[in-house]
Design a protein around this ligand. Structure first.
Ligand code: HEC
Length: 119
């Protein structure tokens, strides 16, 4: 009768535990990043956002032009979208150009402004 070799099992348990910790850390750091972003948006200058929005509303008007309406957009979503246009992960030449000229502070201000508007 041979001995049962526990080594592979222990190794697997250790790996699972490392994975679990890594996942927990991911969830926590994600939550921290979200809270941090919400905090930055809360502190952003809405008036500056309104001023910058002058350029946007030539295209993003209220009704049916085929261009999406962005009034009342969720602020964190707005930031994610604008950064994705800026990094060209999202594919639209016009928006890539528009977002490419904005820095983080300007995107946050625009997020505060557009999210404050009624849909
Ligand atoms: C010349 C016209 C034009 C201007 C100016 C413009 N946009 Fe856009 N924007 C578009 C078009 C067209 C789309 C849709 C792109 C697509 O469908 O891929 C869009 C998409 C977006 C979206 C995504 C909306 C969604 O629901 O997916 C956001 C957010 C946005 N624009 C914000 C802005 C902001 C902020 C500004 C000003 C800083 C701006 N846009 C200026 C034409 C414009």
């Amino acid at each position: 009768m041979g001995k049962i070799n526990l080594r592979p099992h222990i190794a697997r348990l250790v790996r699972l535990r490392v994975l679990a910790i890594a996942m927990m850390f991911g969830v926590i750091s994600n939550a921290v990043a979200q809270a941090d972003l919400a905090n930055k948006i809360a502190k952003a200058d809405i008036g500056y956002g309104e001023y910058l929005a002058g350029e946007c509303v030539t295209c993003h008007r209220k009704s049916g032009t085929g261009i999406p309406q962005i009034n009342g957009i969720e602020a964190e979503t707005f930031v994610t979208i604008m950064k994705a246009y800026r990094s060209k992960e999202l594919d639209n030449k016009v928006m890539q150009m528009v977002a490419g000229r904005l820095d983080n502070e300007q995107i946050l201000s625009l997020a505060a402004y557009f999210s404050s508007l009624p849909e």
